[in-house]
Design a protein around this ligand. Structure first.
Ligand code: RNT
Ligand code: ZN
Length: 422
């Protein structure tokens, strides 16, 4: 039997097995179109950007490790890589760009000088691809970030420099959203913090609030852009205090009607972001997710289909939160093929959604309601070994992208014909 027929046949059997559980696999497939993942540009080049030739990540307490050959070192290489990635992924996507990825035409343009024009070629590329765009100011890899403080700096010149950067980024994001007809999520993450025990934490947090008030003063229509705030527990070199903590941003977001960004690498390892969603959404309209895989620390490993990711996604689907949750990826692994990393991570998140769509949720909820807790746990365990993979493969086939592990050969081919020649 050829692969296509085999995939069809496996799907028919899966359809029946899920039907016995009261789940309609065809409906689950149709719902996959509602899931849009924002592909973070920074996996393509280890968070380098294109400000100057050979730009590289420095400071900020984040790190890409590894030196797999073929890293994108120009905008055209990056677009080519992203096009290849998109050709291997089922369903819908967006592009998530950092400010350092502007099209600066070979000239150095400092962060307080960037304009929408520097991002026009990206907007045009996204339009061609039929995808929306998200955006991020870049508060690291810059001499004015080396002190460890940006928006919360006590140095007024430095603070003003970063306020100006943020103002400009918001304007650029609004332009992206306006031109592409879908709001751009502007995510603010700053590395500000202290390696050792600070005496005056309060001053930095007060300054950060002041900077946000100044930079967010201009209101843009929600159809063009939305601001999001990303907290963190600690970073390398900022172990003792992070100015933009979860409490800080949650308070700011609630009082200013902003989005909260939950990065699942940014909490104590035993905390679950999946558990935070229903709390945050009682108080803010929308969330942004940074899906990542922290291994022992905020290591930004490639996302895999693990229980962290499954809980996050289940919470979204069980509570019908999809319209209020924006999904972004945030990992940067330079030790393996970078395109392959995108494909593994994006597919893992989509697989989690497919599993969530295949859950007999009302049946489980009924058991819970009746106090049948053994039955609830037993059914959850059994669901793990239902033929979800057959539905996933069929979905990929219907989307016209490589089925199952077939994408490995395509990534290998791209590596030998393109990446190894760079
Ligand atoms: C850092 C944050 C942040 C960055 C990107 C590059 O810990 O997670 O989201 O990873 O902005
Ligand atoms: Zn993040």
């Amino acid at each position: 039997m050829n692969n296509r027929d085999l995939t069809e046949k496996a799907y028919q059997i899966a359809w029946e097995q899920y039907a016995n559980l009261g789940v309609d696999t065809d409906k689950a497939l149709a719902r996959m179109d509602e899931v849009i993942i924002s592909l973070h540009c920074w996996q393509a080049d280890d968070v380098g950007g294109f400000e100057t030739p050979g730009s590289a990540l420095s400071g900020g307490g984040i790190q890409a490790t590894g030196n797999h050959p073929g890293k994108a070192s120009s905008i055209s290489e990056m677009r080519k890589d992203l096009e290849k990635v998109l050709s291997l992924l089922p369903g819908k996507y967006r592009l998530n760009l950092h400010a350092i990825y502007g099209d600066f035409g070979g000239r150095f343009v400092d962060r307080d000088q960037i304009e929408p024009a520097h991002f026009q070629s990206w907007i045009d590329w996204c339009r061609q691809q039929g995808i929306g765009m998200d955006f991020n100011p870049t508060f690291f890899s810059h001499p004015k970030a080396q002190s460890g403080y940006t928006l919360s700096s006590k140095d007024e010149n430095i603070r003003q420099f970063w306020v100006e950067h943020l103002k400009r980024c918001r304007k650029i994001a609004a332009e992206m959203g306006k031109q592409l007809g879908t709001p751009s999520i502007l995510n603010i993450w700053i590395p500000d913090g202290s390696k050792d025990l600070p005496v005056d934490r309060n001053r930095h947090r007060t300054l950060l609030r002041k900077s946000l008030d100044e930079a967010l003063a201009v209101e843009y229509p929600k159809e063009f852009m939305k601001d999001s705030l990303e907290s963190k527990l600690f970073g390398i070199g900022a172990e003792s205090m992070t100015v933009g903590s979860h409490e800080f941003y949650l308070g700011y977001a609630i009082t200013h009607n902003k989005l909260i960004c939950l990065d699942n690498g940014h909490f104590h390892p035993t905390e679950q972001v999946g558990d935070k969603i229903s709390s945050c959404l009682l108080y803010v309209d929308e969330l942004l997710l940074h899906m990542t895989r922290p291994v022992r620390w905020d290591s930004d490993h490639v996302v895999t289909l693990n229980e962290d990711v499954q809980l996050i996604v289940s919470e979204i689907i069980r509570n019908d939160f999809l319209k209020r949750v924006n999904i972004g990826l945030d990992f940067f692994d330079a030790s393996i093929n970078r395109l392959g990393a995108y494909v593994i991570g994006s597919r893992a998140v989509k697989k989690a959604f497919m599993q969530a769509f295949l859950e007999p949720t009302s049946r489980l909820a009924g058991m819970e309601e009746n106090g049948q807790l053994f039955e609830r746990l037993a059914l959850m365990e059994e669901l793990k070994t239902k033929p979800f993979g057959a539905v996933w493969d069929y979905y990929c086939m219907k989307c016209g992208v490589p089925v199952a592990e077939d994408y490995i050969a395509e990534v290998q081919e791209y590596e030998s014909s393109v990446l190894r020649k760079r």
